[in-house]
Ligand binder design. Structure first.
Ligand SMILES: Nc1nc2c(c(=O)[nH]1)N[C@H]1C(S)=C(S)[C@@H](COP(=O)(O)O)O[C@H]1N2
Ligand SMILES: [Mo]
Length: 520
């Protein structure tokens, strides 16, 4: 039992065993992430090195890869990115540990390189101040310290292998628990606490001008369409933010400047003090494939954007309303659209009676009927600059998307579901779906069964031209088996949806939604 060779290794002989070496790398990683997340809770949630690197990765990702990720993973693309990063980090940590079996130098170098990457990511985030650099710096130091400590512990000669093992595992366990607790505390402190509390304190919003009530018969939800108003929790969400920006109503301010007669700066209370209007508007995303889910409708509450801009006095020559969010996302909207009183653009603070949910832009966002979200729907908006198209280039324009972005007239079949089975009654069944042409209005929806003639569908009770319209139609099937149904909408300008298929890039998908299904 007096074996001088330690369980792990003596001061002078062989390298660390592979599992122990890998474990030292993982401990360094855990310490770095835990400590970074903890400090980030105090200096800005987005400064958590893991999230900051993720956010920078999102911004640096080439458009084709983003499109592929979005179309493959849908709105889970953020979770997939974070999970992928976690896997890479774990592999790198294990690799760094294994490369350090003889000396802690290689692992230390890897930690420094990754730490500096974190610093660079935080430094270049537009939504983080200088202080936020503390998070990746502490992360780097904690990672380095714990890795070297664990390495030293593993290398220490002990009288017996059992004692060596015990000492190392105790030390490792201690580090792991400390890292985990720090990370957890950071999550609790920095989580959605402040902004959520600020939002909850506002309570329900009562607009001075309410939207007309939604009439009975505005949707065919019983037949499979969405409900006319989308509950806030079900409203589609699209944005580039990995962590939902946390802005309290108390700290929020909006600046209106650029080509204006006088600058305006507004706080949340200034908005509440103005007469609030409520408008029923359907929003949709340019990345929505034909038949896709990125469309929802809400009663948005806010102040009239055209009135606000008129107060500021838009100067001649202003073409673009360039808006910026608290997390640095930017958006360009045609000035003629936002100034058109008929369009009814909103600086919105509420959705379906409540303050905007955090994911949908609390404290305030823009909503412009008839334009895709990427050219109009700035969430967490803090800055409105009146400018020209030449002077400023918004986030998605830099990445190849169109600079105008009017919503394309579209329709979707909700029932039958693609590849679904339909039980017919007396050889017939009812198909149903939605159609939209915001700011223009839907005039007609037609369907074609098995490439037969177009049959006009019955439309739901109209609400307004800025929101979707539901349709239903009874169809006879001469025989059971597989069938195909296509739909197309005609809007109030007389335009009928083209059959020509186009992808979402650069300005929205076209083509008829078609489903294959089986009748029994
Ligand atoms: N700050 C910010 N606002 C944003 C975006 C974003 O990435 N960041 N995405 C836009 C896009 S592409 C769309 S379609 C709408 C979606 O709004 P929603 O998530 O409330 O449905 O928000 C828009 N506003
Ligand atoms: Mo979008």
């Amino acid at each position: 039992m007096n074996d001088p060779a330690p369980f792990i290794r003596g001061r002078t002989d062989g390298p660390l065993s592979k599992p122990v070496a890998a474990l030292t790398g993982l401990l360094g990683l855990a310490a770095a992430l835990g400590a970074g997340h903890f400090v980030a809770a105090f200096v800005g949630v987005g400064a958590s090195p893991f999230l900051a690197v993720g956010n920078s990765a999102v911004d640096l990702t080439p458009t084709w890869l983003k499109d592929w990720a979005a179309s493959t993973f849908g709105t889970a693309d953020k979770a997939v990115l974070l999970a992928g990063m976690a896997v890479v980090l774990v592999l790198v940590a294990i690799g760094a540990g294994l490369a350090s079996r003889r000396s802690p130098l290689p692992g230390s170098a890897v930690i420094v390189v990754f730490g500096l990457t974190g610093c660079a990511a935080v430094f270049t985030r537009p939504d983080l101040g200088q202080l936020a650099l503390l998070a990746p710096v502490v992360s780097l130091l904690a990672g380095l310290l714990v890795f070297r400590k664990a390495h030293a512990l593993a290398s220490r000669a002990e009288p017996t292998p059992a004692e060596g093992r015990r000492r190392f595992l105790l030390g490792a366990g201690g580090f792991a628990v400390a890292a985990g607790s720090l990370g957890l505390v950071g999550q609790l402190v920095g989580g959605s606490r402040d902004a959520a509390r600020s939002r909850a304190a506002i309570g329900r919003l009562t607009p001075a001008t309410k939207a007309p009530p939604i009439p009975a018969g505005a949707d065919f939800a019983k037949l499979g369409t969405p409900s006319f108003i989308t509950p806030n929790a079900d409203f589609y969400r699209i944005d580039t933010a990995l962590v939902v920006p946390q802005v309290t109503a108390e700290e929020w301010r909006l600046r209106v400047h650029g080509m204006v007669g006088r600058e305006i700066s507004l706080g949340y209370q200034d908005i509440l003090d103005r007469p609030l209007v409520e408008r029923t508007i359907t929003m949709c995303c340019v990345s929505n494939e034909v038949g896709g889910p990125y469309i929802s409708t809400a009663n948005f509450i806010g102040i009239d954007l055209a009135e606000l801009l008129t107060e500021a006095g838009v100067r001649r020559g202003a073409e673009q309303l360039f808006s910026t969010s608290s997390d640095g996302w930017t958006c360009g909207t045609p000035v003629e659209d936002v100034l058109d009183p008929a369009r009814g653009a909103l600086l919105a603070i509420g959705m379906n009676g409540e303050p905007l949910p955090l994911e949908h832009g609390f404290p305030a966002r823009l909503v412009v009927p008839g334009l895709y979200g990427y050219v109009s729907g700035t969430k967490w908006v803090t800055d409105l600059e009146l400018t020209t198209w030449a002077a400023r280039t918004a986030y998605w324009f830099e990445r190849g998307w169109g600079t105008r972005g009017p919503v394309k007239t579209q329709s979707r079949i909700d029932s039958p579901a693609g590849f679904g089975t339909v039980t017919t009654k007396g050889g017939a069944f009812v198909a149903a779906g939605i159609a939209w042409a915001q700011f223009t209005g839907i005039a007609k929806v037609e369907v074609s069964l098995d490439d037969g003639p177009w049959t006009e569908a019955e439309l739901s009770t109209v609400v307004n031209d800025d929101s979707w319209r539901m349709w239903q139609v009874k169809l006879e099937v001469p025989r059971s088996g597989s069938h195909r149904l296509a739909c197309r909408a005609t809007d109030k300008s007389g335009y009928t949806q083209t059959a020509r298929r186009a992808g979402v890039l650069p300005d929205g998908a076209t083509g008829w939604h078609t489903v294959e299904f089986t009748t029994v």
